[in-house]
Ligand binder design. Structure first.
Ligand code: OGA
Ligand code: ZN
Ligand code: ZN
Length: 384
C-alpha cells in the first residue's frame, strides 16, 4: 500500500469575505473557513485545546456574527486573526487549518473497500514478523482492518498468550461474559457456553448482537487445526451485501434500516441479555455505519402487523446474499493464523466440525476506538 509523504501545506493568499475567510493554498486548493468556526476553534491557552478535549472557550461569549479586526498571514505557515470586539488574538498553524478544512472536496469520508469471494486472490494480510518489526507493519495491518474490515496475520506462534499480546499492543481487551479470552473448542454438551463449543456449522453472523453495543473488533488466533478439512472459517463483507441490497431492492434495504430486530442470549442462571437494533445502521448522510446480523441469537420480531410479510421477505433476501458463494470467503485457518476483523461490518462463521477433531481457536474483542486511536498514533509517528 502506498502512502503520501507528509506534506507541508502553505497558504498562498487569504481573502476576507463578509462571514468567512477564503484561503488559497500554494498547491491550488481553496478552503473556506467561517469566522464563527475560526473563533470557536481558537486553540490559544485561554481558549483551550479542543484537540485534547480541553476546550474552555464558550460560544455564548461572542456575537454570532463575530468579525476579525485584522487578518495576517506572515509567511504562509500561519494565520493570525485579531477579533472584534475584545481584540482576542488567535493563531492557526497552516497544517492545522488544512487538516481541518471542511470545504466540499475534503468532506468526503474515507470509503470502505467492498469485497466479495475474489478477495481470496489478494487477501489483506501481513505477518507476525512485520507487525513486530515496527510501526509501518502495524499501520498496514490496521489500514487493512479500516479499509477491508479484516486482516489476516500469519505466523503468530500458536501459543496461549500470543493473542493477548497482539491485541494488547492496540488497546485493552474487552471483558465479556465469555471472560477476557474465550476458547473455541468442542466440549461435552453439558459444558457449552456457546454454540461455538459444539460441532455445528455456524451460518455467517456478527458476534454478540444481544449486547447494547456489540464488540467492535474481534481477534481469532488458531492454535490447532482439524486434519479432515472440517471447521473452515467463513467471512462475508456485510457492507458489500448491504450495498447490493440497497441497489437491487431499495424497499427491503429501507425496512432493514428503519425497524429493529431483537436478539437474546440466555445461558444458565447468570446470563440473560437482550438488545434490539436495526439490521443495517446508517450515518446521517446515508453511509453505512454498521450491520448487526445473527440468526443464532434472533428473538421473535415485534413488527407492525402490516410489515411482517415484507420484513420477512427483506430479511430472507439479505440472508440469501450473506450465504451466497459469490460473497463468501472460505479459509482453513492454520495454527499460527490470526484474524482481526470489524464486527460491525464483517460477518463470520464456520463449517461443521468433524468427529474427534482438535481445532482450537482463541477469541477476544476490543472496542473500535482503540483501532482508530492506534491508527492515528502510528500515522502521526510515521509522519503521514
Ligand atoms: C463464535 C464463532 C467461529 C468458529 O464463537 O462466535 O463464530 O470458527 N466461532 O468457531
Ligand atoms: Zn483564543
Ligand atoms: Zn461468532
Amino acid at each position: 500500500m502506498m502512502h503520501n509523504n507528509a506534506k507541508n501545506y502553505e497558504i498562498y493568499a487569504v481573502l476576507q469575505d463578509k462571514k468567512q475567510l477564503v484561503v488559497h493554498w500554494s498547491d491550488g486548493y481553496k478552503s473556506t473557513f467561517h469566522y464563527i468556526w475560526l473563533r470557536d476553534n481558537c486553540y490559544c491557552s485561554a481558549c483551550g485545546d479542543p484537540r485534547l478535549g480541553k476546550k474552555r472557550f464558550r460560544l455564548i461569549d461572542v456575537p454570532a456574527d463575530v468579525q476579525p479586526q485584522s487578518v495576517h498571514c506572515e509567511n504562509g505557515n500561519a494565520l493570525e486573526i485579531t477579533w472584534e470586539p475584545d481584540e482576542h488574538r488567535s493563531v492557526y498553524d497552516a497544517q492545522w487549518l488544512r487538516m481541518h478544512c471542511y470545504s466540499a472536496t475534503k468532506r468526503e469520508p474515507r470509503q470502505p473497500i467492498l469485497w466479495d469471494s475474489h478477495i481470496v486472490n489478494h487477501l489483506p494480510q501481513t505477518t507476525y514478523e512485520e507487525i513486530r518489526n515496527g510501526d509501518a507493519g502495524r499501520l498496514l495491518m490496521l489500514e487493512h482492518v479500516r479499509d477491508y474490515g479484516i486482516c489476516f496475520v500469519r505466523n503468530v506462534p500458536p501459543q496461549t498468550g500470543k493473542l493477548e499480546s497482539v491485541a494488547e499492543s492496540l488497546g485493552p481487551i474487552m471483558e465479556s461474559h465469555y471472560g477476557r479470552v474465550f476458547d473455541i473448542v468442542v466440549t461435552p454438551d453439558e459444558n457449552q457456553k456457546s454454540v461455538a463449543n459444539s460441532r455445528y456449522n455456524l451460518i455467517p453472523h456478527t458476534d454478540d448482537p444481544y449486547q447494547d453495543i456489540p464488540p467492535g473488533i474481534i481477534f481469532f488466533h488458531c492454535l490447532k487445526a482439524n486434519d479432515d478439512g472440517s471447521g473452515q472459517s467463513l467471512f462475508v463483507d456485510g457492507f458489500q451485501i448491504a450495498e447490493v441490497l440497497r441497489r437491487e431492492k431499495p424497499s427491503a434495504f429501507d425496512l432493514l434500516c428503519h425497524y429493529e430486530v431483537s436478539f437474546h442470549k440466555q445461558y444458565d442462571e447468570q446470563i440473560d441479555i437482550q438488545a434490539s437494533s436495526p439490521v443495517i445502521s446508517l450515518d446521517p448522510r446515508g453511509n453505512l455505519r454498521g450491520v448487526r446480523i445473527s440468526n443464532l441469537f434472533a428473538a421473535p420480531f415485534e413488527l407492525p402487523e402490516e410489515l411482517v410479510e415484507p420484513f420477512y421477505a427483506a430479511y430472507k433476501k439479505l440472508m440469501q446474499l450473506y450465504t451466497a458463494p459469490k460473497y463468501l470467503l472460505k479459509v482453513a485457518l492454520r495454527p499460527g493464523d490470526m484474524v482481526i476483523f470489524d464486527n460491525h461490518r464483517i460477518l463470520h462463521g464456520r463449517t461443521e466440525i468433524g468427529m474427534q477433531q482438535q481445532r482450537h481457536l482463541r477469541w477476544c474483542s476490543m472496542q473500535r476506538d482503540y483501532l482508530h486511536r492506534s491508527l492515528q498514533i502510528l500515522a502521526r509517528r510515521l509522519g503521514y
